[in-house]
Design a protein around this ligand. Structure first.
Ligand SMILES: O=P(O)(O)OC[C@H]1O[C@H](O[C@H]2O[C@H](CO)[C@@H](O)[C@H](O)[C@H]2O)[C@H](O)[C@@H](O)[C@@H]1O
Ligand SMILES: O=c1ccn([C@@H]2O[C@H](COP(=O)(O)OP(=O)(O)O)[C@@H](O)[C@H]2O)c(=O)[nH]1
Length: 491
């Protein structure tokens, strides 16, 4: 069997405490744990003179190989081009992007450097699986060096329509370079369609089966593979966590009040200001809920060297203070805004205690928190998920979540009340439907489907073989708002 070599900017090194929160690391870790392989990427460290040889450690069948970056690399590649250009543009926020040619040069330089390191690691029959927007041109640089391995790419974040991609200066060298992969995977059907249209604007011809595109003398296949979680293991973790002293103490601190929870990196894509506005509106218009509910918003700081994230840090703290100033009483604080990272076990316990989760991003590739919240619930008395129509997760969980538009402050406030008052039978039914999806499409299924689609062709001369059926499964796509009206109140 071929070896799998995973490449991503962020590598979840084993037993590294205080590792940064983020869905990619969680998902790749879970996928590699059972099958073994090599995971290559950035160590997370800055060094004046990084070594030419990756530092390797082996743990439970996985070899972790990491390299340091120079401060210039870190500023230009990570803070600059990846997080101030690609991240905002791919999240439909062209207005927040700050493009500098020096950052693009740094991005290209680091991708070439990763290709140099990989050359020393890979064998001809290895299968390479590259993750996320930090590494878009990597296959191109490996191909230029003569490597004909099967190379796949998975984009964890959204792919916007072609008009938005074209706002990226020199987009052909970054997004356009994805055409050098054998397979490009997306979280949702909409993302996949957007990229297919973009390739057409660049002269690509859709293949007769509709699953790929011929462009620049080669064929790239496109598929939809919504990332999942370790559903069963997470449910067990939540059951166990709810019995720990730490989570019991948290529960006692709520004094029997209903709990609303939000868990997001401090990122403008997550819609935290809109969410706080909606909670403010809820408290203003529903005084009967005062002193009966606590909203705990867990928000680890993220990308703190990037100015847009610093601005957000200030404005969200200010807004949280305003809400508490306006509604608190001596014995009730309506909002607990916490800038700390918690272990996933602690989070599992918090989710299980929560009556409602507010997952209201303005745009999100998937959002694993939404899935973890559902998996953590007690099926006999589950909480309710309020989910943005703009999270990738809405394509799968629209059958049970209350789907909201995060820009509609009043709508979110009204839906919040509905969630808090939802009868038990309806909560159970909605939870059951979502769990069915999460159990069938867990993290192992995601990795299996993707890797099956990337496997070498049995007849290499025919590059037009259709993707396996699993990869082509059409994701449940629901009209906006369907989730909210799927069940009559009181059902
Ligand atoms: O590595 P950081 O800069 O600290 O950022 C953390 C990660 O954020 C993003 O996660 C995405 O992947 C999730 C799993 O597929 C998905 O659920 C979520 O919607 C995405 O935002 C980013 O894509 C990762 O590369 C970062 O490591
Ligand atoms: O304090 C925290 C906050 C978040 N997470 C984890 O970070 C991931 C966030 O993934 P998601 O897809 O929701 O968003 P991303 O941050 O990747 O954009 C989830 O697995 C969370 O459980 C964590 O371990 N500790």
């Amino acid at each position: 069997m071929s070896r799998i070599v995973v490449v991503s900017n962020r590598v979840a090194l084993p037993q590294k405490s205080g590792a940064p929160a983020g869905g990619l690391a969680v998902a790749v870790n879970a996928a590699l744990k059972d099958r073994g392989g090599i995971w290559f990427g950035w160590s997370g460290r800055i060094a004046p003179d990084p070594s030419d040889t990756p530092q390797a450690t082996k743990h439970a069948g996985v070899t972790y190989a990491v390299v340091d970056l120079t401060n210039e690399d870190y500023q230009e590649y990570y803070n600059g081009f990846a997080n101030r250009v690609l991240w905002p543009v791919l999240h439909y926020r062209v207005d927040l992007s700050e493009f500098y040619r020096s950052d693009l040069s740094g991005y290209i330089r680091v991708n070439r450097m990763f290709a140099d390191h990989l050359e020393k690691i890979i064998r001809p029959d290895d299968i390479l699986w590259i993750h996320d927007y930090h590494m878009m041109p990597l296959a191109k640089y490996l191909r230029e060096r003569g490597h004909n391995n099967r190379i796949g790419f998975f984009l964890h974040i959204p792919m916007p329509p072609a008009d938005i991609i074209q706002a990226l200066p020199q987009h052909a060298d970054t997004v356009g370079a994805l055409a050098h992969y054998d397979l490009v995977g997306f979280q949702t059907e909409g993302d996949r369609e957007n990229f297919a249209r973009y390739l057409e604007t660049r002269g690509g011809q859709t293949t007769p089966d509709g699953n790929g595109c011929d462009i620049g003398g080669r064929r790239v296949r496109l598929g939809t593979f919504p990332v999942g979680i370790e559903t069963g293991a997470f449910a067990r973790r939540a059951r166990h966590a709810s019995r720990t002293r730490f989570v019991k103490a948290f529960d006692e601190s709520l004094s029997g009040r209903k709990l609303i929870i939000g868990v997001d990196r401090l990122d403008y894509s997550k819609g935290i200001p809109n969410r706080l506005d909606a909670y403010d509106q809820f408290l203003r218009t529903q005084p009967d809920w005062h002193d009966r509910v606590t909203f705990v918003q867990i928000t680890p700081k993220s990308r703190t060297d990037v100015p847009e994230y610093q601005d957000m840090d200030r404005s969200v703290s200010h807004r949280a203070g305003q809400i508490n100033g306006a509604y608190s009483d001596v014995s009730w604080t309506p909002l607990r805004y916490v800038n700390r990272t918690y272990s996933r076990s602690a989070l599992a316990g918090f989710y299980r205690r929560a009556d409602v989760a507010l997952v209201t991003p303005l745009r999100d590739g998937m959002n694993l928190v939404a899935k973890e919240f559902v998996a953590a619930q007690d099926p006999a008395d589950p909480g309710v998920l309020l989910l943005s129509q703009f999270a990738g997760a809405a394509s799968e969980l629209g059958n049970g979540a209350l789907i909201v538009n995060p820009h509609d402050t009043e709508g979110v406030a009204v839906t919040l009340r509905r969630a808090l008052e939802m009868p038990l039978a309806e909560r159970r039914e909605r939870h059951r439907r979502m769990m069915r999806v999460l159990e069938e499409h867990d993290i192992n299924r995601w990795a299996e489907d993707y890797l099956a689609a990337l496997e070498p062709d049995p007849q290499p001369e025919r590059r037009d073989i259709a993707l396996p059926r699993a990869a082509m499964r059409s994701v449940v796509r629901l009209p906006v708002g369907w989730g909210s009206s799927a069940l009559p109140r009181g059902a």
